[in-house]
Design a protein. Structure first.
Length: 269
């Protein structure tokens, strides 16, 4: 019970921070997503601290990834011209050259992990911010997206706990079940309908499609994070969120779902 209470309290404040950041517009969204992105990047590189094969330099990697994040963010916020995007390629190649001087045994693996951090962490958080700038109701869209993700996570867990029998992906996540998955999807669809009733600019068809996309994406995001942790033989990505683990543990479903929801928004507009 103590752990459940701790998770509930942490979850409440986490949700409050995310929704507040999104609610107050472009600047607050940018600051909130930047904070989580930097914490996530730091956490990601720390995962490989004791790895015997992958020997990534955390300080160098964090510096370059934050620089790339900020360039894209400033372009998205229209503070610098879009042509500044070309600076990213030289930055990447400069990062590659650092492996010449580090003299590690697996430079290709080290570079690959860095590129993975850009795709897996930088891009999703940037896309959330960009939604604020390409849509006049971007806050409503982003909040709705996170509500669907959290609904799926919560009810997949509860459905699995009370009714789960059939394993979904036992090799990666032994506790996940088909019953939990179906429960999560069902309640996510219901939540989508309620979001539409709340006065959304988008029609009910948009939110129902979003639910049917987000629910499985959230599951895959959770499984992918579990795969990473299992391969590194760790339980949590960090300990910054008591009862939940790290930033990546809390955003695992969102990281995978965000690009798909963003694509839906762009094509539905």
């Amino acid at each position: 019970m103590n752990n459940i209470l701790l998770r509930a309290i942490t979850g409440f404040f986490f949700v409050a921070i995310v929704i507040s950041g999104l609610w107050f517009g472009e600047i607050s969204t940018s600051l909130t997503m930047t904070l989580f992105a930097i914490l996530g990047l730091n956490e990601f590189y720390t995962l490989f601290k004791e790895h015997k094969t992958i020997q990534i330099n955390k300080k160098i990697s964090l510096t370059f990834s934050i620089a790339i994040y900020l360039i894209i963010l400033l372009i998205v916020m229209d503070y610098i011209e879009a042509k500044s995007f070309v600076l990213i390629t030289p930055l990447l190649f400069i990062y590659f050259t650092t492996e010449l001087y580090r003299k590690k045994k697996q430079p290709i693996l080290n570079i690959s992990i860095f590129l993975l951090s850009i795709i897996y962490i930088v891009l999703p958080f940037i896309l959330v911010t960009h939604m604020q700038f390409i849509q006049h109701n971007g806050s409503h869209l982003a909040i709705g997206m996170f509500l669907l993700i959290w609904t799926n996570d919560t009810f997949a867990y509860l459905s699995g706990r009370f009714f789960g029998k059939t394993k979904l992906f036992e090799r990666i996540s032994p506790k996940k079940t088909w019953e939990g998955t179906i429960g999560g999807i069902s309640f996510t669809v219901l939540a989508a309908y309620l979001i539409h009733l709340s006065g959304s600019y988008y029609p009910v068809s948009f939110w129902l499609i979003a639910a049917l996309i987000i629910a499985p994406c959230s599951i895959f995001g959770d499984l992918l994070e579990s795969l990473f942790k299992r391969s590194l033989n760790i339980k949590d990505s960090g300990n910054i969120l008591p009862g939940h683990g790290g930033i990546l543990d809390r955003f695992d479903a969102a990281i995978f779902a965000i690009p798909f929801f963003y694509a839906l928004v762009v094509f539905y507009s």
